[in-house]
Design a protein around this ligand. Sequence first.
Ligand code: EPZ
Length: 434
Amino acid sequence: MYYTVEKGVRKQMEHLVITGQKQLSGEVFISGAKNAVVAIIPAAIMAKGKCVIENLPYIEDVRSLVDTLTNIGAVCEFTGDNSLIIDSSNIEKYCATYESVKKIRASYYLMGAFLGRFKKAEVAMPGGCNFGTRPIDQHLRGFKALGAEYTIQHGVVKLSAEKLTGSHIYLDMPSVGATINIMLAASMAEGVTLIENAAKEPHIVDTANFLNMLGAKIKGAGTDVIKITGVSELHGAEYMIIPDQIEAGTYMIAAAMAGGDVTVRNIIPKHMDPLSAKLQEIGCMLYEGDDSIRVVSTGNLLPTTVKTMAYPGFPTDLQPQMTALLCAANGTSILTENVWENRFQYINELKRLGGNITVEGRVAVVEGVRQLMGAEVNATDLRAGAALVIAGLAAKGTTTIGNVKYIDRGYEKIEHKLRAIGADVKRVGEKNIG
Ligand code: EPZ
């Protein structure tokens, strides 16, 4: 049972309840990309004027960032139909306290946005998921190359620059965050910036396209060399967020796991290639449309090997979900996590559901089992939570999942979308139980 005791009163915590072994069928409509929108909302700070952002996912990370922007004087309005108006014309503050940024790691994008517009930034070090240290040395190295000085005192990064001057930056690794953060600041630097060994994820292209709609001059996003020619001012614009590659992949894996016939709609099939190839390899039938992929699965799956890599490799953000899926494969699978130093913390929760997994450093060896069994588990982070949902869909009996707040950070209406394709899942809210 999920409860805490507050001021002597026992309180039941919110959790999901899944009754497994239901075949899935029907259509899932994918929301806008979390990892694009958490960069685009901070980027709107640099625009002197109104931005209208469409196809916005109503997820916790969006609500947290909108609160932060409102606290510094931006006028933000959710206009229903998944759209958000942001007017940053009159903000003067370039500070974001720990209180307002502690919930999400993507708060670090405020550094690049503040630096671009104000040539100053004071942002508390990011919070976020707990799978190993999440340094920002590449971000800071890029800001320094553009002419900014920084100190880190009491958990707050303070940046300032007389002016920002274009530079040639070669990243140590294709960091998504550093690529986007440097792109933000460089958009308003004087002269040309080259980012080499840049990350190529779809959300980097989306952020670059948004910045160009604001009047920035960015070329090469989606390749490993991005060229930014700085401008002195950015204006407002309207923009539609791309579909969420990871949300789509999560539902494709759920269909493969539970068995059935599910079509994910409102997607860019090309973004799903690394996952589509793997699902076909393990025995699923996939049919691609212009903005959809249909997954047909008997639930009878072959084992495989998975190595996470920066895009266009297999996404690390689908690694937990894939591990859950391979718990039900007929044989031994091996997953290697090449992006994060410790992204297997959720394995113990999968073991509670009957998963037979051994982890050595960055490698998980998964022995497929005949049947997972329902149990009480807790999400340890956003994608781990999604993996537990997937395992619960196939497990015999009832699975309850605590720490739902992690899942809500990146999945809009997850229980509604799952129920629409036949899953038996419900959300039990918080309540005092005396
Ligand atoms: C982004 O995180 C995503 N988050 C993560 O998704 C995703 O797992 C990751 O990219 C990789 O695709 C957002 O976009 C908000 P990185 P980010 O910088 O930018 C090392 C989710 O579930 N590194 O590409 O923080 C780092 O330690 C989340 O949606 C440095 O060493 O990831 C890691 O090993 C979880 N120094 C690797 O690079 C730096 O300055 C990749 O990190 C930056 C990164």
